[in-house]
Design a protein around this ligand. Structure first.
Ligand code: DGL
Length: 263
C-alpha cells in the first residue's frame, strides 16, 4: 500500500515515526510544505489551497491508496473538502486529543496547546465546549505563535523557546493543570522542554500512535497484509532542516525538492 502524508514541515514526521513502528509493508511518501510554513497563522482558504495542491500531486504522481493529513491545522481547515474531492481514498487526519486528556485529568484542568488556526476550527470548538461541560473539566487553550519556527530551526530547547513556553505554561502550572494536549504535530518534538517547564508530573497527550493504529485498521479492511519492510521518501517544497530529520527519524534521508507549480 502506498500512503501519502503531508505537513507544513517537520511536525508530521512524528506521525511517520509512529506509522513506521505500527505498520509493515507500506511505502510512505511525505511532503513537507516548508515553502508555505507555518500553516497555523494562515486563513482557512489558504490552508485548503496548499492541502489540495499536495493531495493532487500525491494522487497524480504516486497513485496513493491512503492519505494521512499529518497536521492538526490542515486537518481542521481542509479534511472535509479533501474527503469530498477524493471519495475513494482512505483518509486519516490528526486532531487534538481532548477526549483522552479529559478522561485522564485528575485535577479536572486540561491545557491545550495548538496553532491559532486549529483552536479557531469549528469542530474543535464544539468538541471542547461539549466535553468541558459534560465532564466538568476546565480547558485552558493556548495558541503558540512562533513555536513551530523554533522547532523547525532545531531550537526546541534553546533559552528563547524555554522563555516562550514559560510565558504560556506558567499560568497553567499555577492553575493546577495536570494534562496537556499537544495539539500540533510539531509539539511532541519538544515534549522534554514542555515537561521541564511544567514539572515532571504533567501528562502530555499526543495522537500519532492512535492515528497509526487507525490507519492500520483501515488498510487491513482494504486487504493490507502488514508484512514486509517499509520505505519512506521525503519531499520538501522549500528549505528544510536536514539535521532535524536525522534526529527525528534516527537515520539520514535523501530529501527531494518539490516544485508543486511545475509538478
Ligand atoms: N504541524 C502542524 C500542526 O499540526 C502545523 C503547524 C504550522 O505550520 O503552523 O498543526
Amino acid at each position: 500500500m502506498k500512503v501519502g502524508l503531508f505537513d507544513s514541515g517537520l511536525g508530521g514526521l512524528t506521525v511517520v515515526k509512529s506509522i513506521l513502528k505500527e505498520l509493515k509493508g507500506i511505502d510512505l511518501v511525505y511532503v513537507a510544505d516548508t515553502k508555505n510554513a507555518p500553516y497555523g497563522d494562515k486563513n482557512k482558504d489558504e490552508i485548503l489551497d496548499f492541502s489540495i495542491a499536495i493531495v493532487d500531486f500525491l494522487i497524480k504522481e504516486y497513485a496513493i491508496d491512503a492519505l494521512v493529513v499529518a497536521c492538526n491545522t490542515a486537518t481542521s481547515a481542509a479534511i472535509e473538502d479533501i474527503r469530498k474531492h477524493y471519495e475513494h481514498l482512505v483518509i486519516v487526519g490528526l486532531e487534538p486529543g481532548i477526549k483522552p486528556a479529559v478522561a485522564w485529568s485528575v485535577s479536572k484542568k486540561v491545557g491545550i496547546l495548538a496553532t491559532p488556526a486549529t483552536l479557531g476550527g469549528e469542530k474543535y470548538k464544539k468538541l471542547a465546549a461539549q466535553l468541558s461541560q459534560e465532564c466538568d473539566v476546565i480547558i485552558y487553550e493556548q495558541a503558540c505563535p512562533g513555536l513551530v519556527e523554533q522547532i523547525e530551526a532545531g531550537q526546541g530547547d534553546a533559552p528563547k523557546t524555554i522563555d516562550m513556553l514559560e510565558g504560556w505554561l506558567a499560568p497553567m502550572r499555577e492553575l493546577d493543570v495536570d494534562t496537556i494536549v499537544l495539539g500540533c504535530t510539531h509539539y511532541p518534538l519538544i515534549a522534554q522542554s514542555i515537561q521541564k517547564v511544567m514539572g515532571r508530573e504533567v501528562n502530555l497527550v499526543e495522537t500519532s500512535k492512535p492515528v497509526a493504529k487507525r490507519l492500520l485498521h483501515l488498510l487491513e479492511q482494504k486487504g493490507h497484509q502488514n508484512i514486509g519492510s517499509n520505505t519512506l521518501e521525503i519531499l520538501a517544497t522549500g528549505e528544510i532542516n536536514k539535521d532535524m530529520i536525522t534526529r527525528i527519524l534516527g537515520e539520514e534521508y535523501q530529501i527531494e525538492k518539490l516544485d508543486l507549480a511545475r509538478a
